[in-house]
Design a protein around this ligand. Structure first.
Ligand code: PBG
Length: 327
């Protein structure tokens, strides 16, 4: 009797490595950095152990350290000193992100610098677009916001960003940004669109880190309903039509089904965002001795790759780089 025995190929580490289907490499990782204008030195984010808000100089040092460990791209978020209702600092040439891009590019010229294009950190009300607020009612204005987003993207490109990543979820923003970039002569600046971004409770710790929680209302009129997968595919299709070069699914682990479908359907360079809440949960469990942080993190990153991600945005990028090196 012939027997099929899958365990034959699992007998030793070397044998397992020969039949491993999914590679995970340090070059798959995108490392987010929070650059702040309101601090004078590195300030840890309590809900995200290991993550800190950085000054511009510290961000350049952090990028250089990550580069030395094999990390090849960073994603920048800015915390401005001044917020207003037009998000002026989001597109100021001397704004915090614009300065950080220049500092990182001058410290590590080859580092791929991606900038998050959004208005929430720069708006006094914390919404991702221009908002009309009456009591509890918040109306986020789509088309008026596009102009500001496009200005922010152009200012990032002018500072030297390689890739701009709109995360606001306004309709039509990829097209608006592409047109504005081309008009300004930045035809080679790529767009990584947060195409399927869900209104998720997993962003909680990020809003501490980026000081971007909405003052009234929530983001459900622009971010997606967690119940909707087909709508996610339509969102991605629209962004590709509008000329997104890469697309992102966010959050990560709770949305692996979306990631898989997006990669299968569109075959685009696809990123996933392993978001703050996912990161914080593992840190908290590990601190209690309930989970093995390294094993769980590496399994999670591998699962993203298996589900179709080409790129993974993760706060654990430097840890993962070390663990990959240690083998
Ligand atoms: C900005 C933005 C958010 C995240 C990335 N870009 C927060 C939000 O949409 O409220 C979340 C990232 C994370 O949780 O790690 N709009």
């Amino acid at each position: 009797m012939l027997s099929r025995r899958p365990r034959r190929l699992r007998a030793t580490p070397v044998l397992r490595s020969l039949v491993r289907e999914t590679p995970l490499a340090v070059s798959d990782l995108i490392y987010p950095l929070f650059v702040s204008e309101v601090i004078t030195r590195r300030t840890p984010v309590s809900s995200m152990p290991g993550v800190a808000q950085l000054t511009v100089e510290e961000a350049a040092q952090e990028a250089a350290a990550a580069w030395a460990e094999g990390v090849r791209s960073v994603l920048l978020f800015g915390i401005p000193a001044e917020k207003d209702e037009q998000a002026s600092q989001a597109y100021a040439s001397g704004g915090i992100v614009q300065r950080a891009v220049r500092a990182i590019k001058s410290a590590v010229p080859q580092m791929i610098v991606i900038t998050d294009v959004c208005l929430c950190e720069y708006m006094s009300h914390g919404h991702c677009g221009i908002a009309q607020i009456e009591g509890d009612h918040v109306e986020v204005l789509n088309d008026a916001s596009l102009e500001l987003l496009a200005r922010a993207a152009v200012s990032h490109a002018a500072a030297g960003a390689d890739i701009v990543a709109p995360s606001d979820m306004m309709d039509g923003r990829v097209a608006a940004i592409r047109l504005a970039l081309d008009d300004a002569g930045f035809e080679n600046t790529a767009i990584l669109s947060y195409a399927a971004k869900f209104a998720s409770a997993f962003y909680g710790p990020f809003r501490d880190a980026a000081d971007s929680a909405p003052q009234a209302g929530d983001r459900r009129s622009y971010q997606m309903d967690p119940a909707n997968a087909l709508e996610a595919l339509r969102e991605v299709a629209l962004d590709i039509e509008e000329s997104a070069d890469m697309v992102m699914v966010k959050p990560g682990l709770p949305y692996l089904d979306i990631l898989w479908r997006v990669k299968e359907r569109f075959e685009m360079p696809t990123a996933v965002y392993h978001v703050s809440g996912e990161y914080a949960m593992v840190k908290a469990a590990a601190a209690n001795g309930w989970l093995d942080e390294r094993a769980v993190t590496m399994e999670t990153l591998l699962a993203f790759k298996r589900a179709g991600a080409d790129l993974i945005v993760t706060y654990a990028a430097r840890d993962a780089a070390r663990w990959l090196r240690e083998g």
